[in-house]
Design a protein around this ligand. Sequence first.
Ligand SMILES: [Zn+2]
Ligand SMILES: [Zn+2]
Length: 360
Amino acid sequence: RAPSCGWGGVRRRCQRLLYWVPVLFISSILCWSYYAYVTQLCLRECLVCLVAYHIFFMLFVWSYWKTIFTLPMNPSKEFHLSYSDKESLEREPRGESQQEVLRRAAKDLPIYTRTMSGAIRYCDRCHLVKPDRCHHCSVCDKCILKMDHHCPWVNNCVGFSNYKFFLLFLAYSLLYCLFIAATDLQYFIKFWTNGLPDTQAKFHIMFLFFAAAMFSVSLSSLFGYHCWLVSKNKSTLEVFRAPIFRHRTDKNGFSLGFSKNLRQVFGDEKKYWLLPVFSSLGDGCSFPTCLVNQDPEQASTPGGLNSTSKNESLLFPAKPLRDSQSHLLTDTQSWSDISAKAEKGKIGMSNPALTMENET
Ligand SMILES: [Zn+2]
Ligand SMILES: [Zn+2]
């Protein structure tokens, strides 16, 4: 990679500043709406509205802030190629020997998805074996765990670390707009029936209603779409390209049923569901899938560890999802041992043509 000096560096720095323009745009609209609502809209007599407004405003700003400033999570060091593997990968010509290196590097990792050609998913920019649902973001130039999309409105990647915050941001911004539109409606009607005194407040009231109604429409469709994604346990990227598992493509491969899908994003403790604090289940590197049990070669998988898994054919992670709440890989050994056993005998059975995979 070129060092960031000279014109290239200046250009990149300018580009990085430009990325903040949409965030500044949203922030200035938010500040103006606060000013217009609190000082111009004659709500001084309605204390309840003012208190409710401030609650919505606070939750909106809080979740927006968390979506913007929560760093996306990258694959842990287990997924990175060792120095010697990296060297031999560079030395080998593309082909079988290169595939062998990757297969060896991936053999103890909890990965179930493959490329179109059945190869191990490898990022040649980050030099790592991609965990399931991880994708390389071309804007961030990094591999992002459970990447959903890169969102210019928050100038951040939406992925495992901040997907819950992003959903709450959509929900609270929608509530905020609906609340403003609902409470502004009576003044808006007065505006058109000439019942308002001729002051500058008139125009704030009109624009406030227009802006709130306009944003409500676009936010509700986006929020509705993401609610559907959560209920199906899909990411935006997976809608466009269904995940490919070892033996077949399955667009619902990560879905465990509505309740479990919801809990994967929001966590087990209901008291945290509505607050922008991290409570998603899992570590972001491995995800339970019901498909593994249907794999005839994987008869001796440790599904029995999870008491509920027998009935519901929920299999991975080998330990109960509840135990893997910490998003840092603190307890990697336990599952990598088991998955290594489960994977023994599989390696080399299918003979996938390992190829590099590049994604945006
Ligand atoms: Zn990458
Ligand atoms: Zn990104």
